[in-house]
Design a protein around this ligand. Sequence first.
Ligand code: EPZ
Length: 421
Amino acid sequence: MDKIVVTGNGPLNGDIPIAGAKNACLTLMPATLLSDEPLTLTNAPRLSDIQTMTALLSSLGAEVSSLQGGQVLAMSSHDIDNHTADYDIVRKMRASILVLGPMLAREGHAIVSLPGGCAIGARPVDLHLKALEAMGADLDLKDGYVHARAKGGLKGAVVEFPFVSVGATENALMAATLAKGTSVLKNAAREPEIVDLAECLIKMGAQISGHGTSDITVQGVDRLHGATHPVVTDRIELGTYMLAPVITGGEVECIGGKRELVGAFCDKLEEAGVDIIETNRGLTVKRANGQVNAVNVTTEPFPGFPTDLQAQMMALLCTADGTSVLEEKIFENRFMHAPELIRMGADIEVHGGTATVKGVERLKGAPVMATDLRASVSLILAGLAAEGDTVVSRVYHLDRGYERVEEKLRACGAIIERVPE
Ligand code: EPZ
């Protein structure tokens, strides 16, 4: 397992290219199962999670060719010859559950391992299953697997989600495209990744409206054809790298960034005293007057402040002027970066879903441990501004969601090295 060593080295200045969205790609890839014609994704990110999804789809009989260094994924599911998504792959990546809806819709049956929890929470999939049952699926849970059947195919239905779930919305949306009749997904997720999936499905011949709002309507069709679709820009990578110049006091242009992807996040940064300028290449970010003010943050479904940027924002607020309160409303255990930041001298108190952060003058480098994807990158951000060396271990978490993080930061002046553990 590799480690990453970061040495605080003053302001970062330069350009950082933003890649395609991991969380869009992980739902766009299973969409290939809906059609016997090729689906090609461009602007795909080069991440270990994408390799894991590739392995899963290949295990089902799909062909996935990674071209142009992984930026193009040419997929074809003409012959699905295995309908079981194995625990060994699913346990490594929860998004594997997203093959359930498409496989059931196209093939009428599927056996998918329950994904189990992860560091940030139990992460059940009950809403995914309820949505498919509403469309007429028969589901049996046996030996940790969901055995799903839809004799005569799925039927259109009204699915009312009790609370917003990105993955459940994605599974239901994909399944509904081939269901007989009309489906309405109420209280649907509004994330840009949902909009991206809907736009790809429409290119494949699906009849979808209302995507991006809380009510999505789908008119089922008999079959979907192939398409080529660019993966939307990764708003979480964008927000993460926007914080790099803020935490070190420099100025960075995030190439490909669009404010509408990170609206609430930008509003909060501006409240903290950050300058964000929309350019014709992306977003330029700098600390306005060398001062970062404390701000309060509450995570919410899109268009609210993203839970996937909470850890990174906490790293910034550790050295803000004043006391900030962060409320994590989406996951039950998403403050594991706090004890690691405290090792670096941060003043943080966690009570349940609330973290109170009192700004300190400067953090000090220390050996710290990554616990989940976004926690790992928050420790790197803290290390960029800390005094001395920060050694982040278990960086395999990082490689799931950030391609070439050392290169991108080093290009802006960071002293950052990956070393074998
Ligand atoms: C997606 O996870 C993202 N992952 C997560 O990003 C992101 O944090 C999350 O959405 C929220 O935005 C991918 O897109 C691959 P949810 P997902 O269903 O779909 C509960 C990252 O760092 N819930 O919106 O699993 C759930 O436990 C990852 O890139 C149920 O109770 O999230 C959570 O508390 C982390 N039952 C809340 O809802 C269900 O059936 C929101 O989860 C489904 C979810």
